[in-house]
Design a protein around this ligand. Sequence first.
Ligand code: COA
Length: 633
Amino acid sequence: MPILEKETARDRDSQVLPKVPVPPLKQTLDTYLKCVQYLVKEEQFKKTKAIVEKFGAPGGVGEVLQKKLLERRDKTTNWVYDYWLEEMYLNNRLALPVNSSPVMVFPKQTFRDHKDALRFAARLIRGVLEYKGLIDERALPVEFARGQLAGTPLCMEQYYRLFTSYRYPGIKTDTLKVQTNAASSAPEHIIVACKNQFFVLDVVANSKQLNEMEILTQLEKIMKLAENAEERLPPFGILTSDGRAEWAQARDVLTKDQTNRDSLALIESCVCVVCLDEPSSLVPSDTNRALLMLHGGGHERNGANRWYDKSMQFVIGMNGICGVVCEHSPFEGIVLVQCSEFLMKYTTGSPSKIAKASSIRELPPPRRLLWKSNPQIQGLLAASGDRLQRLVNNLDMDVFKFKAYGKEFIKKQKMSPDAFIQVALQLAFYKCNGRLVSTYESASIRRFQQGRVDNIRSATPEALAFVKSMTDERVTFTDTEKMKRLRDAINAQTNYTIAAITGMAIDNHLLGLLKISKELNMEKPEIFCDETYLTSNQFILSTSQVPTTVEMFCCYGPVVPNGYGACYNPQSDHIIFCVSSFWENTETSSAVFVKALNEGLLEIKDLCNRSSTLATKPAGSSQGAGQPHKSGK
Ligand code: COA
């Protein structure tokens, strides 16, 4: 298909969708006040309320900015896209591993030997090429929303960035570059990392893609090359695990040399990175596999066997610990799931007859990427290694499979499973800290052109009322009261979800108003300098639903030093939670959070069960609805 036609097809995909709306100003400001009311002290809230009212007053700054935002909406495909990308990712100076890049942990594989692992890798690479072929042909079926407001088509643009993106580090901000169709029609290659060395694996020879057996042969050659200790080069990949400004500075040093520039150019233009990892001595528990996927275990394990700027890095551990690490700026976890599930099904399917029967061509050996080092670069490598080690030592991860029930039980209560889980997370946090905090839940806005996500602020006043009723030792709430508060909390959460997925949440909107004020060179409006705004953007609880239909799970680190990352994967009869926090912070503990979560989920189930029993009992039976029931602490 000619390139022009492909472009048109892509544009068509997107053009059928509406543009992301700009919510009414008053609606956003009212919601903002509601969201922050119980997150800050009363005095502070009073101050905030006055600031917000002034901002939103007729003829006020808010109106000016809103008007400009509406103009921007008319002029652009998606008014928030660039603002959001910068704010969420590109301006973030923290290291990508743990702080930004989510991972998908595949089921533990059983490899008898290295050859088995390489066979799996070869099959996976074939799968990547098949999947990329579907993307390039624009042949992936358009997805439709499920769950709340099911049925509307979703924007597919994120898929087109899966294998074509690269995030360049910058001193102040990074740059996400996406290859155009024309550029990607060049011969394709994959970068294979093995023993901290990088190799170019051309996947096309004589205009024909390599088959599985050919890929396997090339991987075997790579492994041999990597084993040659004499030719081993310093672990340059470790630099990409560093803070973005540090890596940008180091990159400036590297690019003074032509050899390094050539190697970087090859990595930056690859389809993906495949990391053949050394076996680790850790027990392959869910938690350990998650940790190894998130940071590679530091420079002494596989931490340097990575290139974090590249959007898709497939990890194949020789002892069966496998998964994918993704640079988050080009796409969301849901797209990662679709791709990973395709690959898992592909790798577990029986080898195609064609693959078995096809002949193996004589191919030139893969090339090792060369690096020129010097004492300055050696120093940079050591410093990056130390910083990664600190991150490794700091990550407190707990992958918890809650087995008492899953989505089906919740649906039977006529409640939204996602909202229910969010309320349970609020309860867990409250049990640990006696307060609620600013919470982020990603809500997909792929119903709109170039839609990414907005935020569902799950720490609602209704959730606070519920968690208090479940934990207050001084007041005894009846089951009826608790159940009412539970339903109110779930309704509030569901309503926020519906608002968010239809483009009516507040975070993108407030960000848009702030960015417009900057573009107009205005003095920063008071609402954005206010302590409440700053607090409300410190997401101590950063949550996300990433459901899978194949056995695997997604996880990520906290987004603030005193926070938790909580990724969950609801299944019909169980829920997988991946809770992360930092050991260095004394206020957080993943194990303590998980314990509270487990308790809370069981207490809510008991409450629901008692309430449904009550509802079916004839009036006047011994346990009346008004019967107080002490919270099960
Ligand atoms: N009674 C019975 N069933 C209900 C119900 C109720 N009151 N409310 C919802 N359900 C059902 C739904 O119909 C749905 O059924 P299905 O499994 O047959 O599709 C199921 O429960 C799940 O719905 P729900 O739990 O409400 O959530 P959802 O699937 O709509 O998901 C979000 C909500 C916010 C997670 C989703 O809209 C979203 O945005 N997902 C993307 C998140 C993301 O981007 N993650 C990655 C970030 S990197």
